[in-house]
Write a protein that binds this ligand. Structure first.
Ligand SMILES: [Zn+2]
Length: 160
C-alpha cells in the first residue's frame, strides 16, 4: 500500500449520511461500487466500503495502492463552502482507523486528497490534514516504537 488518503463527503453538518448514500451517488456516476474503502459517519461510526483488497476510486490517477477514507461533513449549510465541521467522535474514529491502517501498512503515506498533484485546487478533505497528521504523530503515537517516526509524514512522491 502506498497511500492512506483522507477525504470528506462535502456534505453539511446536519446531513447524517454513510456508506449507503455515498454508494448510491457513486453508482449514479458510473462507478461499480462506492469509491472509498471506509466512511466515518457524523456520530463516529466506521463503515466499510470497498474491501481493502480492491482498488478504490477516489483520487484520479492515484488509486493504485491507495486506501480511501471519507469523513461525512466538510461544507457549510450553503452546500459548497469548505468548513472544518467534523465531530469529536469522527476525529476519534479517524485516529483509531489510521492507527490500525498504519500498523498494517507502515510504508504508506498518510495524505489528504488535495495533497496529490493535479488535485491541489480541491477543498477536500476540508481541514488542515497536514496539521492533523502532525498531531496524530505527536499526540497519539508518541508511545509507539521509533519505526513509527518517518517517511509516512513526507509529501506524496512523484514516482509512478
Ligand atoms: Zn476527496
Amino acid at each position: 500500500m502506498r497511500y492512506l488518503t483522507i477525504h470528506c463527503a462535502a456534505t453539511t453538518a446536519s446531513m447524517d449520511i454513510g456508506v449507503d448514500e455515498i454508494r448510491q451517488w457513486h453508482l449514479a456516476r458510473g462507478f461499480r461500487d462506492v469509491g472509498y474503502h471506509y466512511v466515518i459517519r457524523r456520530d463516529g461510526t466506521l463503515e466499510r466500503g470497498r474491501p481493502e483488497s480492491q482498488t478504490g476510486a477516489h483520487v484520479g490517477g492515484y488509486n493504485t495502492g491507495n486506501i480511501g477514507v471519507c469523513m461525512a461533513g466538510g461544507v457549510k449549510d450553503d452546500g459548497e463552502t469548505p468548513e472544518d465541521n467534523f465531530t469529536a467522535a469522527q476525529w476519534s474514529a479517524l485516529d483509531a482507523l489510521l492507527t490500525d491502517l498504519h500498523e498494517r501498512y507502515p510504508e504508506a503515506l498518510i495524505m489528504g486528497h488535495n495533497g496529490f498533484p493535479g488535485h491541489e485546487s480541491r477543498g477536500c478533505p476540508c481541514f488542515d490534514w497536514r496539521a492533523y497528521r502532525d498531531a496524530l504523530h505527536n499526540e497519539h503515537w508518541s508511545d509507539k516504537p521509533a519505526e513509527w517516526d518517518g517517511h509516512w509524514i513526507e509529501e506524496v512522491d512523484f514516482i509512478t
